[in-house]
Design a protein. Structure first.
Lengths: 112, 118
């Protein structure tokens, strides 16, 4: 069971703004460890969307942005497009149990 | 362009050992800047980190899998490998290998489906 909790699903109409939350604890996000976000399309490998809380790798549209506050993080998608329909996962590091990487539970973003 | 490719059997019997290899091309696995990791996704479920390893060794593992997992590196072949012992149906998943520049994963293999069944 993941220690990073995400809503199972969020949805929005084309052009709208949606956010995906990622709730952790004092041993991961709240401890200041970086948060990363991945986009997962069916049958394909995850794609890094955001690194270091709020940085986009080259090639990722600026419609995607990340933020972090306290023990939580968020991914925002502005100007939602049909191609954004996918699963999204947050990821961080947890310092308990000798330290390990942890993924969020995943969120399905649907474009209405 | 860096590429990673998983290989290994697609079917493993219960209680046996799952063995996968990730071949890295377009870059050296011996780079001091990266760890190399394995992540899996069971059907209909989320992503799960299995473990990561540096080119010179020093693997670290998911607490939930630590007792059954071994990661290793073969720098001469530019490969790293995963061994998971005593598998059950719960280990059925798509297994991905990936490069880890820090505490994340930036380049991924395409994934390989491993089914545990008799």
């Amino acid at each position: 069971q993941s220690v990073l909790t995400q809503p199972p699903s969020v949805s929005g109409a084309p052009g709208q703004r949606v956010t995906v939350s990622c709730t952790g604890s004092s041993s991961n996000i709240g401890a200041g460890f970086d948060v990363y976000w991945y986009q997962k399309l069916p049958g394909t490998a995850p794609k890094l969307l955001i690194y270091g809380d709020n940085n986009r790798p080259s090639g990722v549209p600026d419609r995607f942005s990340g933020s972090k506050f306290g023990t939580s993080a968020s991914l925002a998608i502005t100007g939602l497009q049909a191609e954004d329909e996918a699963d999204y996962y947050c990821q961080s590091y947890d310092s308990s149990l000798n330290g390990y990487f942890v993924f969020g539970t995943g969120t399905k973003v649907s474009v209405l | 362009q860096l590429q990673l490719q998983e290989s290994g059997p697609g079917l493993v019997r219960p209680s046996e050992t799952l063995s996968l290899t990730c071949t890295v091309s377009g870059g050296s696995i011996s780079s001091s800047n990266y760890y190399w990791g394995w992540i899996r996704q069971p059907p209909g479920k989320g992503l799960e980190w299995i473990g990561s390893v540096y080119y010179s060794g020093s693997p670290f593992y998911s607490p939930s899998l630590r007792s059954r997992v071994t990661l290793s590196v073969d720098t001469s072949k530019n490969q790293f490998s995963l061994r998971l012992t005593s598998v059950t149906a719960a280990d059925t998943a798509v297994y991905y290998c990936a490069r880890a520049p820090h505490q994340h994963f930036d380049f991924w293999g395409q994934g390989i489906l491993v089914t545990v069944s008799s």
